[in-house]
Design a protein around this ligand. Structure first.
Ligand code: GLY
Length: 258
């Protein structure tokens, strides 16, 4: 299955309560109004990549709910609704299911499994699942059980640093991976070209490829210049307010090719 080709994405507006979410970033409180502006730019960038954006209303009772990627794993025509690993985020899974069920067959991670979508990296037919503070072996095994039916092979990897596996790595398509040096060192990436992010620019290891363009956080010029070798157009987006809440660029969307 080819990665990075999408027709629709689901995003959820950040709530005014954004600053009440979980974070270890130590970068101060986010400005929710600026976050909303940055989110609008994110959605607009996706539209410019010929993707339909299904934009959901903010859910102020869940401060982290703009990070929709953690609530489901979409692969092979199905959506596996996750069971987020932090108790304050459990209810977000229920919130996302009605919209996903309009488009995809639904499966669910069930107790006692725990899994955040941010820990799931799709590299064509290979699914790497990061075991982290949010995702445990039971959650990973359940996900694997669903996806192996669809022809994916799955493997678990330890998350060495950062919140999620994808905090440190992104698949850019065409056999190219972008990763920070620590994450690159632990992943089974033989046969792939690995680009490591510039020292001090680790945050930008999280980005997404959409229909031949890379959506990339602004403020990381050395890595951006290295990425020019991919030949892909790069769209830079200010992620400052989401970064304060430990959110990466991929966290803001659930991407589908249907
Ligand atoms: N603030 C995003 C998360 O911790 O899940």
């Amino acid at each position: 299955m080819k990665s990075g080709i999408f027709t629709k994405v689901i995003a959820r507006r950040p709530p005014l309560s954004l600053g009440g979410g979980i974070t270890a970033a130590g970068l101060g409180s986010p400005d929710p109004r600026l976050a909303l502006i940055q989110h609008e730019a994110y959605c607009e960038a996706l539209r410019s990549c010929d993707v339909e954006v299904i934009l959901l209303d903010a859910a102020p009772e869940f401060p982290d709910s703009t990070f929709v990627e953690d609530t489901a794993v979409i692969a092979g025509g199905r959506a596996v609704i996750t069971r987020p690993g932090h108790p304050s985020r459990l209810g977000e899974a229920e919130l996302i299911e009605p919209v996903l069920s309009r488009y995809l067959e639904i499966d669910r991670i069930t107790p006692p499994g725990r899994l955040d979508g941010g820990d799931v990296l799709e590299i064509d037919d290979l699914i790497l699942i990061g075991l982290s503070e949010r995702t445990d072996a039971e959650g990973a095994a359940q996900l694997c059980g669903f996806l192996e039916h669809d022809g994916f092979s799955c493997g678990n990897v330890p998350v060495a640093g950062g919140l999620h596996l994808k905090s440190g790595v992104s698949y850019l398509g065409n056999g190219v991976v972008l990763a920070d040096i620590t994450t690159a060192g632990i992943l089974p990436l033989s046969g792939l070209e690995v680009i490591t992010v510039a020292d001090g620019e680790e945050y930008c290891a999280n980005c997404i490829t959409v229909n031949g363009r890379i959506l990339f956080p602004s403020g990381f010029p050395r890595t951006r210049d290295i990425l020019a070798c991919t030949g892909l157009e790069i769209i830079e987006l200010d992620m400052s307010e989401f970064r304060k809440m430990d959110g990466g660029l991929s966290c803001l969307s659930l991407r589908m090719n249907i």
